[in-house]
Design a binder for this molecule. Sequence first.
Ligand code: RRO
Length: 304
Amino acid sequence: MISLEVELTGLKLRNPTILTSGFLGVSGKLLKRVAEAGAGAVTTKSIGKEPRKGHPNPTVLEFDSWVMNAVGLPNPGYENFKEEIKIAKGQVPVIASIFAGNPEDFALVAKEMGDADAIELNISCPNLAPRECFGQAIGKNPDLSYEVVKAVKKVVKIPVITKLTPNVNDIKVIAEAVERAGTDIISAINTVGPGMIIDIETTKPVFANKFAGLSGPAIHPIAVKCVYDIYETVKVPIIGIGGVSHGKDAIEMVMAGASAVGIGTAIYYRGIDVFKKVCDEMTEFLESHGYSSLEEIRGLAHRD
Ligand code: RRO
């Protein structure tokens, strides 16, 4: 039996499937359930300095090939969330996703996440008004992205993952900036957009927030290209996120250069067992093609 174990700078995983930050990361109990269902690591919903309500409903809509969300960073604030991380711990590494509006606040929240096994810096959420300097307002700017990573690296010892947005001219520029600032790992991508949908009967935008980020199978080719570009630019390990629903999608990500993959939206389509299913399908692919490890296929798509 081929081992799917992977090690990302300081983070040992029993398999390369990671629950991405999102709706199953809101409580310690839910994170535990995902670990029990087979994930190699789990990520919390993004946590900020203050409690936030998020956008009004509808916030998530599912389509045949993609999901749209405009959840709007709802969270109880870091003080009220610390206990959930303690509850989630035990089975697999717990990654605390955090967001803030400036480097100082990122550092402040990061310092309080010491019970987590790693921190993910969300500088890539597309669902905020431009006047709110959160999310991709930071991640679209290489200098700001650099400052955030630098500030966090100064105050924490656990591995730092930086999550990039695809909604930029050139993701290589951002990847280079966050590596130079000391990020240990890069995860990519956050949702694409935002986009919008209009109800042609009522003539109104369907989302209360009007605009929403896209995830799921439709964005997978964009995510693969981003991972491919990042792999050409940096040395740090990459977590490939975006439309990973089946083993073949995960294999594609690894061939583009990913060391592990994030799974989130696929839970809507394939259930919570998707982590185990993807691992079984990856193993089956490797065995049937005569490969003996994931290492053997990492970055293969870059060969001439
Ligand atoms: O909460 C959200 O609306 C959200 C976040 Br924090 C994110 O990083 N990506 C996304 O699509 N939605």
